[in-house]
Design a protein around this ligand. Structure first.
Ligand code: CA
Length: 233
């Protein structure tokens, strides 16, 4: 399935190689073209000379910090959407980042699906707005408006439930292991027990299958393997 007809370019400026590389890998799987810089000086140079759709910018960087980069780009009249990556609990970073001209921020550690959702929101433009509704049977999920509907009824989900459902819906009729699910929906470095996946699958069942007894259940447990979303178990 093709979601984007035009390749979008993302710049990641992040000195933690492990985080930067796993974001790059994940975005490339989603068909984005990705450049990575591990220091602020190179990051600023690339951001000011190349044309990107979104810049994911860490704050604490060797060379030049993210706040300074952001301010300099805006002063230079470069208005590429910037997603600041801030460390946990540093609320002053968020405020400074937004004041410096960033468009959004994401607190580390974050789940890949969360990053993806923010990036998609930042590149929300008419030419990209096509094909953002995922559909499996009578279940739909809109990746721009975050609206989920089952049998034409709007269903409210938490952000984690939404991320889990989006991941399942992007791989319909496919058995996904708990490890695959954890890797995509939870933090890269989080200590998540496989039981957590079961708990969240339970939440989704309670919201998407149980209230709709007249239509077939869509969430199936494949015993010993994982979970599958689709009409047939
Ligand atoms: Ca850093």
């Amino acid at each position: 399935m093709v979601y984007y007809s035009l390749t979008m370019r993302i710049l990641i400026v992040e000195d933690e190689h492990k985080i930067a590389n796993s974001i790059k890998k994940g975005l490339e799987q989603e068909s984005y073209a990705v450049d990575v810089c591990y220091n602020g000086t190179d990051g600023f140079d690339l951001a000011s000379t190349e044309d990107y759709d979104v810049i994911a910018l860490d704050i604490l960087l060797p060379g030049m910090d993210g706040i300074t980069i952001c301010k300099k780009l805006r002063t230079d009249n470069i208005h590429t959407p910037i997603l600041m990556l801030t460390a946990k609990g540093q609320t002053t970073d968020k405020v400074q980042g937004l004041d410096a001209g960033a468009d959004d921020y994401l607190t580390k550690p974050f789940a890949f699906e969360e990053l993806l959702a923010r990036i998609r929101a930042l590149v929300r433009r008419p030419r990209h707005a096509v094909g953002t509704t995922l559909k499996v049977e009578d279940l739909t999920l809109d990746t721009l408006s975050y609206e989920v509907k089952r049998a034409n009824t709007v269903v409210q989900l938490s952000s984690r439930e939404f991320a889990l459902l989006e991941y399942l819906m992007r791989h319909p009729n496919t058995t996904l292991t708990k490890d695959q699910i954890i890797g995509h929906v939870w933090n890269y470095d989080a200590d998540i027990l496989p039981n957590t996946v079961e708990v969240y699958i339970g939440y989704l069942r309670n919201k998407l299958d149980k209230p709709f007894p007249r239509v077939p259940s869509l969430i199936h447990t494949i015993r010993g393997f994982g979970y599958k979303l689709g009409k047939d178990a």
